[in-house]
Ligand binder design. Structure first.
Ligand code: GLN
Length: 205
């Protein structure tokens, strides 16, 4: 019998427990990772929502930024949610000056994009990749994708109205090869379709 994949959930800060609970509930083997060795040992990675500047600082302090970069460069499947999407993006708008990227995802992401007035909201996101109904997406000081590069498939956009119109139809879910990323927090809802999609991506040859 061959061992199935082990999914490492980056557990520096943020909503890692929620990802672990969802993945375990789906029958996957998932474990918290916070050291270089732990990161090197897993076959897939989840970067949770939380606070990307805090996560980046801890990643540098604990020496896991390079191991994370190496894992992504090796093609280890990864799922980044909210702050996790921010960490995976190649380019960041409105970063903190000392903020560092794991990178690998050909995106330009804007932090805290939906603005102060709507720091948190829930909105349905139509995502053909997971079928109907629309995904009930929870956004908390969420980023959006300002620009996506070659090979990035847009999985969903959110329709918001704001006085300036800046928030209309922004990209909030993407896939690039075996990297999945959402600007919202699928780990904070009971709808497990995105985690199931990630599990199928891990199994792909
Ligand atoms: N605004 C946060 C950041 O910059 C992300 C928010 C989240 O993960 N809920 O990291």
């Amino acid at each position: 019998m061959t061992a199935g994949p082990t999914i490492g959930v980056l557990a520096l800060q943020g909503a890692f427990r929620e990802h672990l609970r969802l993945l375990t509930g789906l029958g996957a083997t998932a474990t918290a990772v916070r050291t270089p060795d732990e990161i090197a040992a897993v076959t897939a990675l989840v970067l949770p929502g939380g606070e990307s500047t805090a996560m980046s600082r801890l990643a540098v302090d604990l020496g896991v930024l390079d191991p994370l970069r190496e894992a992504i460069a090796r093609g280890v499947p990864a799922f980044g949610t909210c702050a996790g999407m921010i960490l995976l993006a190649d380019h960041l708008l409105d970063p903190r000056s000392d903020q560092r990227q794991v990178g690998g995802l050909r995106l330009t992401v804007r932090r805290n994009a939906f603005g102060r007035q709507v720091e948190s909201f829930e909105a349905p996101v139509a995502m053909p990749a997971i079928g109907s109904p629309d995904y009930p997406a929870v956004f908390i000081r969420a980023p959006w994708v300002e620009e996506s590069g070659p090979g990035v498939e847009v999985l969903g956009t959110v329709r918001r109205t704001d006085p300036s119109g800046a928030a209309a139809d922004r990209i909030v879910a993407v896939r690039q090869d075996r990297i999945l990323a959402t600007a919202f927090h699928p780990e904070l809802t009971a709808d497990d379709r995105l985690h199931r999609l990630f599990l199928t991506m891990i199994e792909e040859d």
